[in-house]
Ligand binder design. Sequence first.
Ligand SMILES: [Zn+2]
Length: 320
Amino acid sequence: MELDQYLKINGNNMKIVLMTILLTACSGIKLQDTEPVAEVTAEPTKVSVVYSQQTITVQNGKAKYINFQTPQEDGSYALDCTEQNSPKPLKQKIPYIVKSNVGVTYYAESYFSRAKKHFCYSEGQLVLEVNVSRFPYKKEHLKVSKKKIDLSKKDLARVIRERKITSAIYKKSVPYLLFDKPFIVPLDSFITSHYGNQRIFNNKKRSQHLGNDFRAKVGVEIPSSNRGKVVFVGDLFYTGNVVIIDHGLNLFSLYAHLSKILVTEGTILNQGDIVGLSGMTGRVSGPHLHWGIKMNGHNIDGFSLAEESKKHFKSYESSL
Ligand SMILES: [Zn+2]
């Protein structure tokens, strides 16, 4: 083979080799560029949501804000709970709302609860395991005259009658939340009697104080703790003039011993709207505000609700 002919052939070979390298390189680049895009457009990602499970610890008489993942559509639902070692479901279901696959509710533990564990289910799926621990509520020993603690037949009949009225009210909460910000404590004054204090009269008769008493002279304006609907106004034996507000999802607030009620049943109140003026109506020894929270059938400590609802509306808090 002549030298110039050899170079020509090998030159052509070189061209072929170079083109091959270039094509491979180009196709390589092309593949890297297009593949991820093709994946996204060809197969849109479908995330299937499943129930999430969590374990919480709640003290008796306190509330907890709960949220969990759920495959359910937006709407109102309820959790079924059971007690450890008991197959029987608890009487009260816990209502919750679902928005964008997140279930939201408040869990309330009874003041009287001694159970070690509760299990709560949605559609048979375990979503909540509750460890109940006991809060060391204070005991007060009081000596009082017998007639001060024993009710007359007439008064007892009245108390029973009124209890029926209020328990019917507590069964008719709206199945969604009427509020969109954390609960506020109605007054910033001294607490004259804390939630949960046990009063033992004459070493035998016991009663529990299932609300918080705020020092207030007669006539102080009492604001609503949160947005809600006035579902009861009236004069009851123990509470005197009282206003009960439904905030939705079995969550109620109560303002007792008022000297004057300034709202009417059926009115939607915003947080801070004045429900009435403090006073000393009902069974009291002096003027004060008794602030109660009823949640899912239990009287719980309003301060725990105020704290827990801050977790619920974190974004609201940070925008303040
Ligand atoms: Zn009280």
